[in-house]
Ligand binder design. Structure first.
Ligand code: AMP
Length: 574
């Protein structure tokens, strides 16, 4: 081993953990482990870790977390929060493995979608480490099934993902209730403004460590905007796709209708894509996702609701066919690319009237977008030719399949040398592409060729209203009942068996919540809740009322005395 790189034995781990690590076959620590483990073992430090999945971060926080446990002490000593059930299970399993050579350590994973009563009885039997999703943890706290007063170590894993998923209020609540903790370790793959704010609020004198220090360059996400007349947005999108043959990405639209319309138009023109929106059945959506994942599709055109939580590796581009009204939506969309240390590009196509909105977003995001120019016909023709030649260079012809055909064709080019052949090939392709693009006016695509005055004469028209066009229902539960957005979502999912992706916008009022979704999902909600009882009160599910659900979500504010939400009861007499 290189003498400058510490081995696990140099990090200060107790023998039981060292043996656990050896059993797993880990030979030397990853960069984040080498930096983090000695620091976290040496005292009560807060930490902000910029680290992706795959960096070895679970052991980076897991080993010190286990070493800080006091086997004699009662109550939960360490709490790990993670965004998804899968990650929760993964972390708990890793912690089990690390501590397999130690005795008396009880670790439990708790997450939504699994029986809460089993989890409660396991918690009662006494555990030292809980790995939880925020929604289920809130539920357990409200049922008084666990108490965070004894927690000494609190870890937030993939905190950016948790914020993306709408758990901000839940995290605030949990952090406030684990007030006796000595150390808080926050891990995030990215550092948007929201994460920075959270770190400022909850961490004290925290050290910042990043998994890529001294190894890979930091994740690079470029933000570009392309301003064109409103009527030219479609052409601009096509040119951006054409100019980036390596593009593997998602095009976001505001509405399902827009996603469908755009997809059909592009497919007719030979593009390799499909739509992902709420009008598709779950089976259809799974099929689209599977084709996209295996790269049979170059692009997906998606609505925000349908694309929620999509985690596909190596997405190169996110295109915003409409600029979102909500800056968080922008961050969430763009976060589908530049993951795990990779580079990515986010492109906003906008009309002149959207410029003000872009400038507002820049203020909130605290960075400037770069202004791009929609590529000209000859630029695209050139790019496509390069791509074509690259494919020629890499092609691996199966002669047994085309041999006979070649014998017929080859004599046609007899007498042509290599240079002449290439010239002819380039000319034919270039002329074809150039001719195609010159049918559209390059100048009209250039944002700087526009003044706002000419823009309004150019077919620019007001944007459509933001709407998913989803049907909705309303339930007579709201802020007064101690809910806020994330806990309501978790509650709905836990008791209906639906998935997050089945539901659209959720808006909380004082005494009601409106929920949008596909009709089948709404029917399922209705049959799960209508007539059931909550705190002795009958629940009613009605069609969404006009005027509710269009306004801004009500902010529930800090939780108001909602302790002890009694278990939800189904009315079996219906
Ligand atoms: P993580 O980023 O914690 O999800 O870890 C990614 C993968 O790397 C997991 O499969 C770990 O088991 C593995 N791993 C973590 N640390 C090491 C190490 N020091 N040596 C070899 N593999 C490791």
């Amino acid at each position: 081993m290189n003498s400058t790189v510490p081995g696990f034995a140099d990090l200060g781990l107790v023998p039981g953990l060292l043996l656990g690590v050896q059993d797993l076959g880990f030979e030397s620590p990853t960069p984040i482990q080498a930096q983090t483990i000695p620091l976290l073992l040496s005292g009560d430090h807060d930490l902000f870790g910029l680290a992706q999945t795959g960096s070895g971060k679970t052991a980076a926080f897991g080993l010190p977390l286990l070493q800080h446990l006091d086997p004699q002490a009662k109550g939960i000593q360490a709490l790990v929060l993670s965004p998804t059930r899968e990650l929760c299970v993964q972390i708990a399993s890793d912690l089990h493995k690390f501590s397999s050579r130690m005795s008396g350590i009880q670790i439990l994973a708790v997450y939504g979608g699994a029986g809460i009563h089993t989890q409660i009885s396991k918690l009662r039997s006494g555990v030292q480490v809980v790995v939880a999703t925020p929604g289920r943890l809130m539920d357990l706290m409200e049922r008084k099934a666990l108490d965070l007063a004894t927690v000494k170590t609190l870890v937030l894993d993939e905190a950016d993902e948790m914020l993306d998923m709408g758990f901000r209020d839940d995290l605030d609540y949990i952090m406030t209730h684990a007030a006796g903790r000595c150390r808080t370790w926050l891990f995030s793959a990215t550092m948007p403004a929201e994460i920075k704010k959270m770190a400022d609020r909850f961490l004290q004198n925290a050290q910042t460590l990043r998994s890529d220090a001294g190894t890979a360059p930091p994740a690079r996400l470029e933000h570009w905007f392309y301003q064109v007349p409103f009527s030219r947005k479609y052409e601009a999108l096509k040119r951006l796709i054409d100019a980036h043959p390596e593009m593997y990405g998602i095009v976001f639209t505001r509405t399902k209708a827009e996603a469908q319309e755009l997809t059909e138009k592009l497919i007719r023109e030979g593009y390799d894509l499909e739509a992902l929106h709420g009008d598709l059945s779950q089976v259809q959506r799974d099929k689209v996702m599977a084709r996209f994942r295996e790269r049979s599709l170059q692009l997906m055109v998606a609505t925000d609701v349908a694309a929620r939580g999509i985690d596909v590796r190596d997405i190169t581009h996110v295109v915003h066919y409409s600029i979102p009204d909500d800056t968080e939506v922008y961050t969430h969309r763009s976060g589908r690319t530049a993951r795990a240390g990779k580079a990515g590009v986010s492109m906003v196509i906008l009309g002149p009237k959207d410029m003000m909105r872009l400038r507002q977003m820049e203020k909130q995001l605290k960075f400037k977008f770069q202004q791009g120019t929609v590529p000209s016909g000859s630029q695209i023709a050139e790019t496509k030719l390069r791509h074509f030649f690259d494919k020629i260079a890499k092609a691996d012809p199966k002669l047994d399949r085309i041999g006979a055909l070649l014998q017929d064709l080859q004599p046609m080019l007899d007498g042509l040398d290599r240079d002449a052949l290439i010239q002819k090939l380039v000319w034919l392709e270039f002329e074809r592409l150039f001719h195609y693009y010159s049918l559209q006016n390059d100048a009209e695509m250039q944002s700087n060729a526009l003044s706002s005055a000419s823009a309004s004469n150019n077919g620019d028209r007001p944007r459509r209203e933001y709407a998913e066009d989803l049907p909705g229902i309303q339930i007579n539960l709201g802020i007064k009942d101690g809910f806020y957005k994330a806990s309501m979502l978790q509650f709905l999912l836990d008791h209906s068996g639906l998935q997050k992706a089945d539901l659209g916008k959720i808006i909380l009022g004082d005494a009601w919540t409106s929920i949008e979704g596909e009709q089948a999902s709404l029917d399922q909600l209705k049959s799960s809740f209508d007539g059931a009882r909550f705190r002795g009160r009958g629940l009613k599910v009605t069609a969404k009322q006009a005027g509710r659900g269009g306004d801004k979500p009500a902010y529930a504010g800090p939780r108001r005395g909602s302790q002890g939400r009694p278990p939800f009861q189904r009315n079996h007499n219906r």
